[in-house]
Design a binder for this molecule. Sequence first.
Ligand code: CO
Ligand code: CO
Length: 307
Amino acid sequence: MDENVLVGIEGFEDAGVYRINDELALVQTLDFFTPVVDDPYSFGQIAAANSFSDIYAMGAKPLTAMNIVCFSPKIFDPAILKEIIRGGADKIREAGASLLGGHSVDDQEIKYGLSVTGVVHPDKILRNGGARPGDLLILTKPLGTGIINTGMKGDMVSEDVVKEIVARMATLNDRAASALQSVRTHAATDVTGFGLAGHLTEMLKKSVGARLFPEKIPYFQAAVELSKSGFAPGGLYRNRDFYGKSVSGTAAPFIMDILFDPQTSGGLLAAVDPADSKAFEDAAREREVDFWVIGEFLSEPRGKILI
Ligand code: CO
Ligand code: CO
């Protein structure tokens, strides 16, 4: 790697960053996955919003996108692919980015996503590390999409709930990122496959700790019943195996599950200077961004999450 690689593959960062000059750095990421909902247009929107999320988590502005498509016209109606691409294109437009092209392969299992390139000032990069003791821990979307997506595969979720979570998953994190950039935000990431506990553990970098306020953690109500009925994605158990040891203390069983629930196109998770609490609240309201203060960063115990 040359010296212009500002953020590389270490450190579980959301995207890679390459310095072009003193004023400009490129931010690059890619993400794709199998359908999480039945409606192909919604799936396209969600996959695209998820792909942009890593750009926003780095404090960057997306410029261009490329489609990544796995699809077999021998198995599926090509109209399905058209709808997926249309959903993605609408999100690309909403993000103010340009679609430059892409690549497709014949694959029995549908997959879709984007490679996104953005820009950021080299001094304004938001990393997942850098939280300071006393910082507020802020989350901008409710948890539970992993559990609900699993329930949807078992046909256990009502149309209304599907609509509610599709709307959340398809929401770009652009306005949340803008609100965070308007105040002293010391670190940020987005909550995706490793769940809240996993991504928070990566933010701690073994140099700070965190305390979660269990009663403040936002979740989709439908996830509670589904979780009680035993619906949980495999990723939830894998996350608990891997990150469970960094969590100490306990809360209601559902809360202890939702901490590890893998999210699709989840919200931003950020460390905000406590002196900017009011300023952030105002910035979020102005931009119509939902947020929850779900905890605080501590000097000790390093690398640990206290409930
Ligand atoms: Co990410
Ligand atoms: Co990613």
